[in-house]
Ligand binder design. Structure first.
Ligand SMILES: Cc1cc2nc3c(=O)[nH]c(=O)nc-3n(C[C@H](O)[C@H](O)[C@H](O)COP(=O)(O)OP(=O)(O)OC[C@H]3O[C@@H](n4cnc5c(N)ncnc54)[C@H](O)[C@@H]3O)c2cc1C
Length: 474
C-alpha cells in the first residue's frame, strides 16, 4: 500500500537549512516523504512588481534544484490547490512556517475553516522573535523601537538547524515557473502612468546558496558596519534584505554568524531588530498598511491633481534635479534595491518637498524593490513621512543637498547612477541640477522645485494637520 506524503507548503521560507517546519514535515512524513509545494496565488502576484517576481522565480528555481527537481509549483487559490494536491496524493497534513502578514493570516484562516480535512501545522516563523511576543510592563505592544529593542534583546537567539540529510521527496506533477512572468504586475495604479512599462531590473542572484555567499562576504565587512552603513557609495551593508524577504536565509542564521561584542555587530543586530519591530507593529495594527498611525497626521493635506501625478513620475524616474534623490531612484530602477540612507532621503523628498501621499511612494517602492516587504516598507515610509509609530518628528525635513554632502562627499554614488554628472566633480555634482548657470551640465534635469520654499510649505501643512486634529478633539 502506498504511504501518503505530508505537504510542506513553502511560503516565505524558500530554503532547506534551518527550516523547522520542513524538518517537522520530514519527521511526520516518514517513508511517505514530503511533497514540497509552492502555490502561485494570482491575487498576490498580480499586484507585485515584475522585478520582484523575477527574483521569486530565481529563488524557486534554486529551491527546485536543491530538492532534486521535486518542487511542485501550482497556480490558483491556495484553497483550491491544496484541495486538489491533497486529493491526488492522499496527504492530510500540511506543514508551514507561520505567516504574519495581514493577507497571510486571513488566507490561513480560510484554509482552516474551509478545509477541515487538512491538519495545518504552523512551525517556526520568519523572525527571531515572532510578532506578538513582546509587550511592555503594562501589557501593551511597543510603539517605540528603543523600548521594543530592550525587551527583544532579552530573547535568546536559537542556534540554526542543519539542512535535512537525504530527505525523501514525494514526486508530483508541477507546473512551469514561466507562467509567473505573465501574471506579474497586472494591477497598476493610475498614477503610475507609463512607469509600469519601464524595463525590469536585472535582479541579483537569488537562492539559498547565494544568501550564504553574501553572508560570508559580509563577515569581512561587518566590523566597519556602524560607519560604512550610511555611505551609499560603499558596499557597507549586507545586501541580505531580499533573502530575508523570501526566507532564503533566516535572521537566526544571520545573527548566529555575525553576533559579537563589537559596536558594529551590535548596530547590525539592531537593524535586524528593526525588521522585527515593524512586523510586530503590523501584527498589532494591520490597518497601517494604508492608514496613518499618528492620529494627528490623518488630516495632512496632500496633492493628487494632474500636476502632482507629473511630480510623482519625475521622482520615480530619477529626474527631480536633486542628485542624491535621483541617484537613489535610478539605483532602484536599475537593480531593484536602494541604499537605506537614500531610501530615507527619497521618501522624505516625496512627502515633504513634493507634498505627495506617502502611499504613492510606498506603492512604487513595493513595485520595484526585490526586498519589498509590506511591514518594513510601509513603516519605513510612515517613519519618513512623520506619520508612523516611532516616526521621525514631522518637522524634520531631510535637506537632500546636505545629505548628499554628508554621505556622498566625493560623489561616488551620484557618479555611479547619474551619467549626466559623470564629468562634474564633487561637491558641485551634489548640488541641485549639478550646478547653476553656465556650470549646469546641459543634459541633467533642472531642479523641479526649490527645496527651501517647499520645506516651508511642508511645515505649514504639518502645522495645519495638527491644528485640524486638535479641533476634532474639542
Ligand atoms: C522608505 C523605506 C522603505 C523601506 N522598504 C523596505 C522594504 O520594502 N523591505 C526591506 O527589507 N527593508 C526596507 N527598508 C529598510 C532598509 O532600507 C532595508 O532593509 C535595507 O536597506 C536593506 O539593505 P541591507 O540588507 O544591505 O541592510 P543591512 O544594513 O545589511 O541590514 C540587515 C537587515 O536588517 C534589516 N533592516 C535594516 N534596516 C532596516 C530598517 N530601517 N527597517 C527594517 N528592517 C531593516 C533588513 O532586513 C536588512 O537586510 C525601507 C526603508 C525605508 C526608509
Amino acid at each position: 500500500m502506498n504511504i501518503p506524503p505530508v505537504i510542506h507548503w513553502f511560503r516565505r521560507d524558500l530554503r532547506l537549512a534551518d527550516n523547522p517546519a520542513l524538518l517537522a514535515a520530514l519527521a511526520a512524513g516518514g517513508k511517505g516523504g514530503v511533497l514540497p509545494l509552492f502555490i502561485v496565488d494570482k491575487r498576490i502576484v498580480n499586484s507585485a512588481g515584475p522585478t520582484r517576481v523575477e527574483f521569486l522565480k530565481d529563488s524557486l528555481r534554486a529551491l527546485d534544484e536543491a530538492t532534486g527537481n521535486h518542487l511542485v509549483v501550482r497556480y490558483g487559490s491556495p484553497l483550491e490547490v491544496l484541495r486538489s494536491v491533497m486529493a491526488e496524493s492522499g496527504a492530510t497534513q500540511i506543514f508551514v512556517t507561520q505567516d504574519f502578514s495581514p493577507l497571510g493570516i486571513k488566507r490561513d484562516e480560510v484554509i482552516r475553516r474551509e478545509l477541515p480535512s487538512a491538519q495545518l501545522h504552523e512551525v517556526g516563523t520568519p523572525y527571531i522573535v515572532p510578532p506578538g511576543s513582546i509587550f511592555s510592563k503594562s501589557n501593551e505592544p511597543f510603539k517605540v523601537f528603543t523600548a521594543f529593542r530592550r525587551v527583544w534583546d532579552t530573547f535568546e537567539i536559537a542556534r540554526p538547524l542543519d539542512a535535512p540529510i537525504n530527505p525523501t521527496w514525494f514526486k508530483a506533477t508541477s507546473e512551469s515557473l514561466e507562467g509567473l512572468t505573465a501574471l506579474a504586475g497586472r494591477i497598476v495604479p493610475d498614477y503610475f502612468g507609463n512607469l509600469a512599462a519601464l524595463p525590469i531590473a536585472r535582479p541579483t542572484t537569488a537562492g539559498e546558496a547565494e544568501a550564504h555567499r553574501l553572508l560570508e562576504l559580509f563577515q569581512d565587512r561587518v566590523d566597519a558596519y556602524a560607519t560604512n552603513r550610511n555611505i551609499p557609495g560603499l558596499d557597507g551593508t549586507s545586501m541580505l534584505s531580499p533573502h530575508l524577504r523570501f526566507g532564503t536565509i533566516h535572521p537566526r542564521q544571520v545573527a548566529d554568524a555575525l553576533i559579537g561584542d563589537s559596536e558594529d555587530r551590535r548596530v547590525f543586530l539592531s537593524e535586524i531588530a528593526w525588521r522585527e519591530f515593524y512586523s510586530d507593529v503590523l501584527y498589532h495594527n494591520p490597518q497601517s498598511i494604508s492608514a496613518v498611525l499618528q492620529p494627528t497626521m490623518r488630516h495632512l493635506p496632500v496633492d493628487s491633481d494632474a500636476a502632482a501625478v507629473e511630480r510623482f513620475q519625475l521622482w520615480a524616474r530619477g529626474q527631480t534635479g536633486y542628485p542624491l534623490v535621483d541617484a537613489g531612484m535610478r539605483q532602484l530602477l536599475a537593480t531593484g534595491w536602494m541604499h537605506n540612507r537614500v531610501r530615507m532621503v527619497a521618501a522624505s523628498f516625496l512627502v515633504k518637498h513634493l507634498h505627495l501621499d506617502w502611499r504613492w511612494g510606498a506603492q512604487w517602492f513595493m513595485w520595484r524593490l526585490i526586498d519589498g516587504d509590506i511591514a518594513s516598507n510601509q513603516h519605513g515610509w510612515q517613519w519618513a513621512a512623520g506619520t508612523g509609530t516611532d516616526a521621525a518628528p514631522y518637522h524634520r525635513v531631510f535637506n537632500p543637498t546636505l545629505q548628499a554632502e554628508r554621505f556622498d562627499a566625493d560623489g561616488t554614488y551620484v557618479h555611479t547612477w547619474i551619467p549626466e554628472l559623470a564629468s562634474v566633480d564633487a561637491p558641485q555634482c551634489l548640488q541641485p541640477g549639478g550646478g547653476e548657470g553656465l556650470l549646469a551640465p546641459p543634459d541633467y534635469a533642472r531642479p523641479m522645485i526649490d527645496a527651501k520654499t517647499e520645506r516651508d510649505e511642508a511645515l505649514r501643512r504639518f502645522a495645519l494637520a495638527r491644528e485640524l486634529a486638535g479641533r476634532k478633539h474639542v
